[in-house]
Design a protein around this ligand. Structure first.
Ligand code: ZN
Length: 161
């Protein structure tokens, strides 16, 4: 008998397994923050506090490696191309030999609110550190969630397929 085609009542393709559908409908597994996470948020706030320029650098990132060392980045706006603070922090970490990471957070320099990663950065995080805990704010509460859970059905051109 051929596989069913079309979509179910929830909009999922009929050929997805029930387990995949259930996982897709659940909210990601959020974790509450610990004191080290709060330190990382403050570190990101401090780097953008020191380097804030609304036309060039408005977001600061702090990225903790498995070594415990923290790497920093700010976004680099220009009229040509402006990378986010996340790839800048990752580049700094790579230059220092760090390859595995535990947590990352972005903070905006005018209100010092925690920012979620943009779509491009979600793909980058998935490619380089799918299990890193991303600190973000959900419904007014700061939580952390694995990068892989922020990008369902990811493109896998860079990592294993
Ligand atoms: Zn981004």
């Amino acid at each position: 008998m051929p596989a069913a085609t079309g979509f179910d009542n929830n909009g999922f393709p009929n050929n997805l397994t029930r387990a995949v559908k259930i996982r897709s409908m659940q909210t990601p597994p959020f974790t509450t923050l610990d004191p080290q996470d709060l330190e990382l948020i403050e570190a990101a706030a401090e780097v953008i506090r020191r380097n804030y320029d609304p036309e060039r650098h408005s977001v600061g990132v702090a990225l903790r490696g498995v070594s415990g060392r923290i790497y920093f980045g700010v976004n680099i706006d220009s009229c040509a191309y402006g990378p986010c603070a996340e790839p800048v922090a990752l580049g700094a970490a790579i230059c220092s030999g760090e390859r595995e990471f535990t947590e990352i957070v972005a903070v905006i320099g005018d209100t010092f609110a925690v920012l979620p990663p943009c779509g491009n950065c979600r793909q980058m995080l998935f490619d380089y550190m799918p299990d890193v805990q991303v600190i973000l704010e959900v419904a007014g509460q700061q939580v952390k969630v694995k990068a892989r859970d922020l990008l369902p059905y990811p493109y896998r051109g860079f990592t294993e397929r």
